[in-house]
Design a protein around this ligand. Structure first.
Ligand code: PEP
Length: 251
């Protein structure tokens, strides 16, 4: 049984004051946390405000290097020191705006796992790629390259976020059928790299305009193990509503 994981991606929103306000208004029951892993991926300056409140905390980026003359970078060890447990990798905004390659994303995934933290490894196709029939090819390259060198034990500590680029921040959500189909492809790709048994244990989240109005049907799909949520995670009530939808999928 895969435990659902609902992760907020605040992107470059909220400073420490707003993060503290969010925490004040965001109260989870122990029974919810038992059933669902809840994570907030926030700007670096918010991380120490968020740590220690019952939910997991994620950084939105890290360096693939340990230390050195790398102005503006933050190492995995530094993030671990402040209590971060998860780090986003491969988000489409980092790929498209900051030019991150599959090789760099792979190096970050390995560095994060080596430190005992969990990468939330994002993959997904553009609209053009989908419409030209390249969905599977794109996912295969991203999965194969991003997971290179990660052992059987390592893959169980990776959370994959399938995020169709055309659905991120656009208000357009993949239908439940489109999302489920892509999740099945991703799970099959993981099975080809590892084994069916291991792939069955890997959590794959859906991301792309998930909101309270569509969460039940998306989270109700057999291969969708949670969500990575941007816009709808910025208000405690709507983020909490998504967590409740995930709780409802757990018997
Ligand atoms: C994201 O940032 O990963 C995301 C899915 O954003 P949104 O929910 O706003 O589409």
């Amino acid at each position: 049984m895969r435990k659902p994981i609902i992760a907020a991606n605040w992107k470059m929103n909220k400073g420490p004051k707003e993060a503290a306000e969010f925490v004040t208004n965001f109260k989870l029951d122990a029974s919810e946390l038992e059933k669902v892993d809840v994570v907030i991926a926030a700007p670096f300056v918010d991380l120490s405000v968020l740590v220690g409140n019952g939910f997991g905390v994620a950084a939105q980026n890290c360096s693939d290097q340990d230390s050195g003359a790398l102005t503006g970078e933050t190492s995995v060890a530094m993030l671990k020191e402040v209590g971060v447990e998860y780090i986003l990798t491969g988000h489409s905004e980092r790929r498209s705006i900051f030019g991150e390659t599959d090789a760099l994303i792979n190096a970050k995934n390995c560095k994060i796992l080596d430190a005992g933290l969990t990468p939330i490894f994002c993959i997904g196709e553009t609209l053009e790629e989908r419409e030209s029939g390249k969905l599977e090819e794109v996912l295969k390259t991203q999965v194969t390259e991003g997971l290179k060198g990660i052992c059987n034990e390592g893959i169980l500590n990776v959370v994959i976020a399938y995020e169709p680029v055309w659905a991120i921040g656009t208000g357009v959500t993949a239908s439940k059928e489109q999302a489920q189909e892509a999740h099945v492809i991703v799970r099959r790709l993981v099975a080809e790299l590892y084994s069916t048994e291991l792939a069955a244990q890997v959590r794959i989240q859906y991301g792309g305009s998930m909101k309270p109005a569509n969460a039940d049907e998306l989270l109700g799909q057999a291969d969708i193990d949670g969500g990575l949520v941007g816009g709808a995670s910025l208000e405690p009530e709507s983020f909490h509503s998504l967590i409740k939808s995930a709780v409802a999928t757990v018997a």
